[in-house]
Design a protein around this ligand. Sequence first.
Ligand SMILES: Cc1ncc(COP(=O)(O)O)c(C=O)c1O
Length: 361
Amino acid sequence: MSQLPKPNAGILDIAPYVGGKSKAAPGVKVVKLSSNESPLGPSPKALAAFTESAKYLHRYPDGNSQKLREAISQVHKLPVEQIICGAGSDELIQFLVSAYAGVGDEVLYPEHGFLMYKIYAQSRGATPVTAPEKNLTTDVDALLAAVTERTKIVFVANPNNPTGSYISSSEMARLQKGLPPHVILAIDGAYAEFPEHADYSDGHELVASTENTIMLRTFSKIYGLGGMRIGWAYAPANIIDVLNRVRGPFNVSGAAIETGAAAMLDTEFTAAAIAHNTKWLAWLSAELSALGLTAYPSAGNFLLVGFPSGKAKNASAFLMERGLIVREVANYGLPDCLRITIGLEEDNKAVVATLKDFLAS
Ligand SMILES: Cc1ncc(COP(=O)(O)O)c(C=O)c1O
């Protein structure tokens, strides 16, 4: 019998998360469009706060991330005591799963849901369960039909990654209403700043009016701070209390608190980043459709692009050779698609020109 230390049940079933690639062939200028990062980078005010924070590297951070939570509270008009911060929203997903799901429990999410829901469920020995989508969009009826007495958390990214689709606030409310009260509805708003649709909401009203809904947000996308690792959540007091019990005492660094607070308060820069995305998302979508590719409707800062059967991988390699790194999404069950982050004007134009060459090759 093996003498090796044995991890807990479920751990060896985990397929480790593979992030977006960031390297191309030597000598080729790289444009990374594989991780939905903001092409504009962070606000200059956030950069200044980061530089200033270097003076205090020898100090432990404020364990409550008070300054950051106050900035979020001010901008989003939410009660500061119902906000919790994490080292990326990833960490908050992890806290949620560790606190509420264990062996024998189920964690439910739509078919093409963010891979970390599965990974964290498996890491707790819980069972990840998926519900089918309709037209690459979250299907509330399918989610409700998949709920069992073992379901502990339902994750819905809205808009969803990698599909880019979203469901309306009334659909989200219908989902919440259909769940037993002990099941948590986790609305993952990693891309919540981007949709401009009148029927969209980030879900904060549902958090305010129910006891089992949590909204997760990140600084990694619109704020251009993926490298800082900052996420936050707004939840009812009972859930905040639980998450604070599993949270490490200094989970968000001092630099992250300062940088995040400055980024949050620079609402003008955020608005400019949203406007950039709105313009170039529409442009890229129209141009790729004109090439005969399928640009699925997206409410995020990326496009899911469908290729003729069997061609997506070759297209990714073709783009990569020219320094344009996009995301292959076969591991999301979408082998004929690529996910392309909206870039700077020249990046978006390079993607279109290169895919035109690819299709002609
Ligand atoms: C839907 C969704 N949720 C959560 C995250 C995690 O973001 P972070 O941990 O950087 O805050 C991502 C990142 O890609 C995402 O796409």
